[in-house]
Design a protein around this ligand. Structure first.
Ligand SMILES: [Zn+2]
Length: 262
């Protein structure tokens, strides 16, 4: 099992990680042993829970996992430390989670969409964000930042961000719907789009999220991105776009962050 983690976030007291596809017990074509961590409609719940158990063992200490039912929007859910019982019901509809309570791992699931983890060492607040093209167009990462400010007093200048593996500009071609949404919303959309054929372009959602964070006041040096593409790195990741076409189904990766100290 291999996990990608952001060392600077870790050094500031935030356990964090982006999962990869190996080391699990699911059979997700073309391979077995897949670490599928969500997507209950495409895999047995028992497999997913066993995979989650293995994944969470990588993080020292006791953690409760909080997830949500992602809907490609910009709503943010606050996870309180005194929330009773299991947090990983996954039934609350939102695309970002935030907390300042220790020993809660906030998790977002992806398979091409962009996972963004935010940590604010000054207040102890953190957030996990799911930003596909719709969420990126809706500026969900800024919604998470605003909620951290409202709940915990987070200042953008104190935030460190880790942007995880996603469908990147090398592979992710989109059509008119996406192109129009970005052109309508962002004056700099042309910098995110590389035209391919008529009414199509490859879009760089890493850069889009980075741009939103820097425009909000997060220093570029405090934004760390894993330059790994889920579509072309089949050895490492599930990809909704690639696997659905080839095999009819895919697994889900999980990106998690949590405060390890009291
Ligand atoms: Zn690629």
């Amino acid at each position: 099992m291999r996990v990608i983690s952001c060392a600077p976030l870790e050094a500031e007291g935030f356990a964090n990680g982006f999962s990869t596809r190996a080391g699990g017990c699911s059979h997700i074509p073309p391979r077995g042993g897949a670490l599928n961590l969500a997507g209950f409609d495409e895999d047995d719940a028992a497999n997913i829970h066993e995979n989650r158990r293995r994944f969470l063992k990588l993080f020292r200490g006791d953690w409760r996992l909080a997830t949500c039912r992602q809907v490609h929007g910009a709503d943010v859910r606050v996870i309180r430390g005194d929330t009773p019982g299991a947090l990983d019901t996954g039934n609350e509809r939102c695309d970002a989670l935030t907390t300042n309570a220790p020993h809660i791992l906030l998790g977002v699931q992806t398979a091409d969409c962009v996972p963004v983890l935010l940590g604010d060492a000054r207040t102890g607040a953190c957030a996990a964000v799911h930003a596909g093209w719709r969420g990126t167009a809706a500026e969900v990462v800024l919604a998470a930042l605003a909620r951290m400010r409202a709940e915990y007093g987070t200042r953008a200048t104190d935030v460190r961000a880790a942007i995880g593996p996603a469908a990147l500009g090398c592979c992710y071609e989109v059509g008119a719907e996406v192109i129009d949404a970005f052109r309508a919303r962002f004056a700099y959309a042309g910098e995110l789009l590389a035209p391919t054929r008529e009414e199509h372009a490859r879009i760089d959602l890493h850069e889009a999220n980075r741009r939103q964070l820097t425009d909000a006041g997060v220093a570029p040096a405090r934004i760390h991105a894993a330059p790994l593409c889920t579509i072309c790195r089949e050895d490492l990741f599930f990809s909704y776009r690639r696997d659905k076409k080839l095999h009819g189904r895919t697994g889900r990766l999980l990106a998690v962050i949590g405060r390890s100290d009291e």
